[in-house]
Design a protein around this ligand. Sequence first.
Ligand SMILES: C[S@@+](CC[C@H](N)C(=O)[O-])C[C@H]1O[C@@H](n2cnc3c(N)ncnc32)[C@H](O)[C@@H]1O
Length: 261
Amino acid sequence: MDIFPQHDRRLKAQLVQQLDIKPQMHVLDLGCGRGAALFQLIDAVTDKGSVTAIDRDQDSLNFIQAHFSEHLETKTLQTAQVDLGNIPLPFSTDHFDRILCHNVIESIIDKPALLLECYRILKPGGKLLLSHHDFDTATFNSKFKSLNRNLIHIFCDSTKSWQDTSDGQIGRKLAQVIRTSQFKTPLHQETILIQENSFDPDGYGYLFCSWVSDNAQNSSDVSSTALDAWSIDLAEKASNGEYYFSISVMCVLAQKPVHTN
Ligand SMILES: C[S@@+](CC[C@H](N)C(=O)[O-])C[C@H]1O[C@@H](n2cnc3c(N)ncnc32)[C@H](O)[C@@H]1O
C-alpha cells in the first residue's frame, strides 16, 4: 500500500527531478514533514549517498521512523528534530550537494536568515530547490462564486497551529526571495499547474477542500450550512463531469557558485 497519495507522489517526483540528484550525493530535505519526498530522494542518491530529513514536528519524524526503518538502519536516511527558526542549523559549512525546501518557507519568520543558512551549508556548486503551492491560485468550479472566493481567502490569510507565520501568496514571491538572498539570480524557474477533474481522496483538490472547510469552521463569517452546500456542490459537479480544480506550484532553483570568495 502507498503511504502517500498519488498527487503527492507525482509532485514530489517532479520536484526531485528538477534537483538533478546524482548517486553519492548528500541531500537535505528541509522541513520534511512525514517524508513524502523521501522515497524519490533516496532512490536518486542510491545506497552510495545519503538523505537527511529535518523537521521540528516530532509526530512527523515518528511517522518517518515507522515507515523508513530499512533506510534508517542502513544510514541512507537520517532524521533530526530541528527548528528552522533556530540559526545556525546543526550542519557544517559546505556540507550538502542538494537541498529541497517544499511548502515550508511560508511558515518561517526570518526567511533571509534561513536562505543564508542554506547557502552556507551547501557545497560550492550545490543547488537549492525552493518550491511552494501558491494557495491563492486555487480554483474550484463552484456555483457559489462569492463564498468560494471568500473561503480561499480565509484559508490563505490564516496562520495554522503549526505555523509561526503565513502567506497564502508565497509561491509567486519565491523568485524574489532568492534574488534578495546570497544566491542572487535563480538558475531556473518553473510553475507546475496541478489540474484535476475528479474529486477523490487521491487528488489534491479533495484534500484542499477538507483543509478549507476545517479552516473556515473557526471563522464567524461562514455558516456550517454554507460550508456544507459548498462541498456538496463540488461532489455533485464531480458526479456530472463538471468538477474542476487547479492550483499552481512555483519552483525556483538556485545554485551556490562553484567558486566562492
Ligand atoms: C506543509 S508541510 C510540508 C512538508 C514536506 N516538505 C512536504 O512537502 O510534504 C510543512 C512542514 O514544515 C514544518 N515546519 C514549519 N515551521 C518549521 C520550523 N520553524 N522548523 C522546522 N520545521 C518547520 C512543519 O512541521 C511541517 O512538517
